[in-house]
Design a protein around this ligand. Structure first.
Ligand SMILES: *[C@@H]1O[C@H](CO)[C@@H](O)[C@H](O)[C@H]1NC(C)=O
Ligand SMILES: *[C@@H]1O[C@H](CO)[C@@H](O)[C@H](O)[C@H]1NC(C)=O
Length: 354
């Protein structure tokens, strides 16, 4: 601090010579002020800070204003000093620093305002308002520069395609000031089965899933926040690949001659499988584009990695009894299941009614 004082004193001398003298000649008011105050020189007449310097919190890119209010300044001078870098910013009515973002305004020889335009992180720190009494009087205020969070794309995971049962790590890095809080959650808001626990949010930069399952498939959001708006997020889609699996609600169906019957089959696969029906002999059943009157109508409904297959057989005849197969295939493999269609006789019907 004493170094600053020496520098400040030296600059006061220079400033007196270079800057203050001409203004004495130019300005009657200044001269009157100086001569007027020289008359009563008591300690009680010394300059006094009218208030503390208020700390300022400002978002990067905005402007900051520090106020130093001194009563009874008389012929003394006010300087603004950057404490951390030991830089003199202004003396009296003159800006000393080369920093073009810094300017000074003043009112009534009492209020001295330091303006910092387009605040940057380097501006964070203590600022001191000094009056060149002996001993020097000073007050200081802190400029807090906050930075909204931003996600570091290079260090953050991108969309992923993985095999089921593998271990997966998603990473998200963010900067900002104060240091952002980072968390992961699913975009659809559903809970995540996180290594044995069902959680809505995973705190931290890393989402590490051991033995991933198809239920983990979906879009994930990494959200970074630090209290400085706006919070930011990045979307990462996670796709889990697995070969087709198949289940059949009824493996044995019965129908009367002349009846319509529907066979059902449910499959799961990612990437989405190609599904079809075959006859007992393995001939692919060609569905008649749902035009009425066709023998077969195959309908398939997709929902995520699920497929519901239905085969409608119209006007069942003796030749239709036998086995049918539903088949699902994707790049990772294939599977099939058998459904047996039996004829019901009139006697069966009577038994049913009993
Ligand atoms: C400014 O902040 C400092 C610490 O960060 C604190 O000691 C001081 O009282 C604050 N000044 C005002 C005027 O609030
Ligand atoms: C996945 O992680 C678990 C536990 O850390 C480990 O036992 C297993 O071998 C890992 N599996 C693979 C495929 O790396």
């Amino acid at each position: 601090m004493s170094l600053i004082r020496i520098i400040v004193s030296a600059i006061y001398v220079v400033a007196q010579v270079l800057l203050v003298r001409p203004s004495l000649v130019e300005g009657r008011q200044t001269r009157n002020l100086l001569t007027g105050t020289l008359g009563h020189h008591h300690d009680t007449d010394l300059p006094r800070f009218a208030e503390e310097i208020q700390n300022v919190t400002v978002s990067v890119g905005r402007d900051a204003l520090l106020a130093c209010v001194v009563d009874n300044l008389r012929h003394y001078k006010v300087a603004w000093v950057r404490v951390d870098t030991q830089t003199i910013l202004s003396i009296h009515q003159n800006v000393i620093t080369q920093n073009p973002r810094i300017s000074l305004t003043y009112n009534d020889h009492r209020s001295w305002y330091l303006h910092i335009k387009d605040v940057q992180e380097v501006d964070r720190g203590w600022y001191m308002c000094q009056v060149n009494t002996d001993p020097m009087k000073s007050r200081q205020g802190y400029v807090q520069v906050v930075v909204p969070p931003s996600i570091i794309t290079k260090e953050t995971s991108t969309d992923m395609v993985v095999r089921e049962a593998s271990n997966v790590t998603l990473t998200c890095k963010a900067t900002g000031y104060p240091e952002p809080y980072v968390m992961w959650r699913r975009e659809d808001g559903k809970n995540i089965n996180y290594n044995g626990e069902s959680v809505n949010v995973v705190d931290g930069e890393v989402l590490h899933i051991v033995k991933i399952s198809r239920l983990h498939m979906g879009a994930y959001l990494c959200i970074a926040s630090n209290g400085v708006p706006p919070s930011v997020s990045k979307r990462v889609s996670l796709r889990v690949q697995f070969p087709p699996m198949l289940s059949i609600p009824n493996q044995l169906e019965g129908a009367y001659i002349g009846q319509d019957v529907t066979l059902e089959c449910h499959t799961e696969a990612y990437p989405n499988s190609i599904n079809y029906w075959t006859t007992e002999r393995g001939d692919m059943i060609v569905s008649g584009n749902s035009v009425s009157g066709d023998k077969y109508e195959a309908i398939s409904t997709d929902s995520g990695y699920n497929k519901y297959m239905m085969l409608k057989i119209r006007n069942v005849g003796p030749k239709d009894f036998g086995s049918y197969k539903c088949v699902a295939q994707n790049s990772l493999g294939g599977t099939d299941g058998v459904i047996k269609l039996d004829g019901k006789s009139r006697n069966d019907n009577k038994k049913d009614n009993l």
